[in-house]
Design a protein around this ligand. Sequence first.
Ligand SMILES: [Zn+2]
Length: 334
Amino acid sequence: MLTEHVRPRIDVHSHVIPPSLGEREPSNESRPWIELGHDRGEVFVRGRHFRTVDPTCWDMSRRLSALLAAGIDRQVLSPMPELFSYWAPDVDARALCAEVNEWLSDTIEANDAFDAFGIVPLQNPDTAAEMLSEVVALGLAGVEIGSHVNGVPLHDDRFSSFFAEADRLELVVFVHAFHPNGADDFGTAAAANAVLFPLEIGRALGGLVAEGTLCRHASLKVLGSHGGGALSALLPRLDFLWETTDALQSVLPERPSEIARRLHVDSLVYSSDVLDLVIDQLGATAVVGGTDHPFLELPAGVAVELAPTLDANAERLLARAHVDSSPSVSRRGA
Ligand SMILES: [Zn+2]
């Protein structure tokens, strides 16, 4: 008998581009820019054409219609990852992140169907940590970050203050596969995306587990993209090496697979068998619905019985016990 599939009502992995980026600043090469058209937008990054996008990326009324048609009640908006702009000078990066975060704040305030993850300039971790209070004040549920920052892995000590502050403020840190190594070895962007994104996010999350980051920030709410990619397949090997290697045990007080169960991941794996493996490895409370809307065709969904569990997991992940934990700025106009 075929299993019936539906989409969870809450989609935690989707992308947007603020329409204010339609205002080009030719003198500012590091600022991404989008040429807004009626039925498509052309995105330019670092002076080069990056991709063509659908208007639902920036037009929220069209976006709501698309969600209605897809049976999604609530969607968490994350900026298109290229907007991270980890290559931009500090002052430009901070201004861009603030502009994007303020648009997200206005958007979620205008419609209850939306939540949002903002962005911060992680190429300067102290500035990124400082901006997290602004993220709280703007009402955002967390921040989206890349799986590395200009080649520096997320488990590097330089990001400790950022993770500590995100932990303190109970913000979700959505780690999105980003600029994987070896992309130029593939003939098409689709092939590189399909093969490398799962490896890239597995590498980043595996590093947070194996290098002790998740032990040092025990209540940090990390959400991994693309089902955590290769993470579920590598955890048994990591456990084996932990059991047989004193050096690894000296870093990790617990079995790696137990540490990994603090993570959340989205359901974006395109296979019920793979999703079963993810749930087996990370636990039934770890998985939330995700679509990558509107950049990819909406996936088929999950088994009908599983959808309510994913929605309940998303509700818990997005909730914060102390919403106003000492923000350094007040909400604009409030
Ligand atoms: Zn995505």
